[in-house]
Write a protein that binds this ligand. Structure first.
Ligand code: PMP
Length: 371
């Protein structure tokens, strides 16, 4: 019976803990570079087609040893998630809608033939890890603990086929505020008409490494050649607006019918279903103060709205920053100026505060999961 069960999922009740005897000094939480610092422990769970899921293990943070033919290294059979733990004003540690990340992780696994698992069990194992390394969660309301669940195929074979071996692991580490200055700095976007992030029939909806590696070079070009901070990813002949950097895009405007509207592209398979995106849509729909729409829109619509001064604000939405205001878009050699909080509608600031208050325990909400 146990064996059958382990084919479907590991269980948090089987968790084995090997404590590190060599605890690292904690970094100064004011000078953190994203993704460089890791805690003392990590969670590792192995899977094989024949034996199913092994007991989850928390072990001292360290290198993995992989067969050089591992299919994650050759064919990008791998996925990841990105989420945060927040130390609240009451000193309690909270996750924000973690079940959304667990569901997205399972969707990603299904798309690249990696094994699925019981989402609640992974959440419980992750909570144990965070709890063990809880002193690493910054005592701060600007810095947080970043959580990186990952799954890689470890099949030791060069065949392009469903992996018979996989490794799920979770590493965690403290990160600083998204905006180095701590302030809410608007970004200048380069609307890229050459490189495409995701396409119809592709895997843009899944958090697979293969969606991210190829964006690095275009991002470098946007910074060094176009003097922009982020890419506005477009799609198709019509130049549909899709995402900004690694964030969903939202536009608050007066639409062509003269209505106030918050608009974001619909989830048509090319868009990563962001937890922040979903939360901002639910929040603003609950307010009922303006129309909230998920639909595809084009650069032509954006240009016309800029000319007619119908845009109130535009912002990226994601776990890293909650909201990231856009100040301008460089599109086909033309600079489109977008109003920001000083001259805009202040919606981004309001949304930031709403989510931030929930995440840091200033507002009670069933969106949080206490560790
Ligand atoms: N789009 C992309 C391409 C992303 O990588 C992310 C980050 N996961 C997002 C949007 C925002 O998603 P979330 O709100 O879940 O962080």
């Amino acid at each position: 019976r146990r064996c059958m069960a382990s084919l479907q999922s590991f269980k948090a009740s089987d968790l084995q803990i090997e404590r590190s005897t060599n605890l690292k000094p904690k970094p100064d939480s004011e000078n953190l570079i994203f993704g460089k610092e890791f805690t003392d422990h990590m969670l590792v769970i192995d899977w094989s087609k024949d034996a199913g899921w092994q007991a989850p293990k928390i072990v001292p943070f360290g290198n993995l040893s992989l067969h050089p033919a591992s299919s994650s290294l050759h064919y990008a059979l791998e996925l990841f998630e990105g989420m945060k733990a927040y130390r609240g004003v009451d000193n309690k540690i909270r996750l924000f809608r973690p079940r959304e990340n667990m569901q997205r992780m399972v969707n990603s696994a299904e798309r690249c033939a990696l094994p699925v698992f019981d989402k609640e069990e992974l959440l419980k194992c992750m909570s144990k890890l965070i709890s063990l390394d809880r002193e690493w969660v910054p005592h701060s309301t600007t810095s947080t603990l970043y959580i990186r669940p990952t799954m890689i195929a470890t099949e030791p074979s060069l065949g392009v086929s469903p992996p018979g071996h996989a490794k799920l692991f979770v590493i965690i580490g403290p990160v600083g505020p998204y905006f180095a200055t701590g302030a809410f700095n608007p970004v200048r976007l380069y609307a890229d008409t050459k490189n495409v992030r995701a396409w119809k029939g592709g895997v843009g909806y899944a958090k697979l490494g293969c969606n991210y590696g190829p964006t690095v070079m275009p991002q470098v070009e946007a910074v060094t050649q176009k003097h922009c901070q982020q890419i506005l990813w477009l799609y198709g002949e019509e130049h549909y607006v899709t995402e900004v950097g690694t964030m969903n895009i939202m536009m608050y405007w007066q639409n062509e019918q003269g209505e106030k509207e918050l608009i974001t592209p619909e989830l048509d398979g090319t868009i990563l279903p962001g937890v922040t995106r979903k939360s901002l849509l639910e929040l603003t729909r609950k307010w009922g103060e303006f129309k909230v729409t998920e639909r595809t829109f084009t650069m032509k619509e954006v240009m016309r709205a800029v000319q007619e001064k119908r845009i109130y604000e535009m912002f990226g939405a994601g776990t890293a920053c909650v909201v990231c205001p856009v100040s301008s878009i460089l599109y086909q050699g033309e600079d489109l100026q977008i109003p920001t909080k000083d001259d805009g509608a202040n919606l981004a600031v309001r949304l930031y505060n709403e989510l931030n208050d929930i995440q840091f325990g200033r507002t009670e909400s069933d969106w949080v999961y206490e560790i």
